[in-house]
Design a protein around this ligand. Sequence first.
Ligand code: FDA
Length: 406
Amino acid sequence: MEKEDVILIGETGLQRKSDVIVIGAGAAGMMAAIGAGKRGRSVVVLDHARAPGEKIRISGGGRCNFTNIHAGPKNFLSANPHFCKSALARFTPADFIAMVDSHGIAWHEKTLGQLFCDESAKDIIRMLLAEMRMADAVLHLGTEISGVEKTEAGFRVSTSEGHCEASSLIVATGGKSIPKMGATGLAYRLAEQFGLAVLETRPGLVPLTLDPGLLESIAPLAGIAAPAEIRHGRTAFREALLFTHRGLSGPAILQISSYWREGDEVVVSIEPDIDIAAHLKTAKQLNGRQSPQTALGDILPKRLAQFLVEREKISGNMADLPDKALLRLAAGVQNWAVKPSGSEGYRTAEVTLGGIDTAALDSRSMETKAVPGLYFIGECVDVTGWLGGYNFQWAWASGFAAGEWA
Ligand code: FDA
């Protein structure tokens, strides 16, 4: 960030008393600070990082996929799929787009309703900081949180810069993904401290790994991408599949990874819009002297075609192959059951599944039912979006909800 963008850092030392303390200056925390500040509440935002919105900065390949125009409850995973409805309905993609437009930030739809900045994800961070400045919210970066206590008047937060107090406390410290970028799991510890249930957490939107034997056989495919449908039970995603040195990745795999559990299989269908069996039969009729690699190579990258033919132990010219062999080859391309050995974990996961049980929260405000004045928002809550701008939309919407009430 440019230096002038973070001037609102508390230069005069930590403000001891305010109406609202927000812990976490990520997407959700900044949104909540803006909302509460605009209502006339005095707001202090604390973050241990040296810059706000670090995940926004690296998101969407540096262009931030800041929302998805199709975002709705169906795009989110949660033990209670109804919980997210209220917040998503009261702060919609159109509301966020209006904010982006009012700051003159150019954007475009890339695919499947995914909106990206034309220039840089930093434009979104600058926008949020400008809005925070207009709302008189004060940001303190580089501030370690050492403890939170409930007091008669609200909450007391002890930090490396001293302590501060407020009647409302909004916890927006995100999930466990990418610890290198400052993820700490503080929200889960605070939830437990206040007696709230935390549902099992696991990495989501993450590449899947393969066991060494399978990995060795697909090693030559590393770097190859193809359109695919990946299925797990009744859930399926049609997007790109990417072979990597560790296993399988690409948007289709990241999407299904949020549904996949250790020990489960996923079913891969490459080029799902093409009838591969029909293509092979036609190829046999038109040119029986070609190899199946060549026939399949009309549709798939050559190395992938060769791998699939060798895997089915098929040899000879197309004319020599009975239809049964062609059908087996087609099934190998479009009905390939793979059992991943694991995932790449929080090191590369885009999000954390599970988290603070929504049963503990009021869905309109994100306030905890048991501890009035205490709010949890964003990724730390058990609401996780698909890949494609949904997770930011949840951060904006849940942040907005808390900002309206805290
Ligand atoms: P977020 O993690 O953004 O913010 C938490 C804040 O709390 C951070 O500033 C952190 O420093 C602070 N914090 C943590 N622990 C603390 C502690 N102990 N003390 C003080 N402060 C603490 N989503 C999407 O919709 N579109 C996209 O393009 C992408 N792209 C993307 C790329 C990559 C590489 C990743 C890892 C993730 C994405 N995502 C995404 C997901 C998206 O980044 C994520 O869902 C939101 O950032 C969650 O917002 P939160 O504000 O909840 O947490």
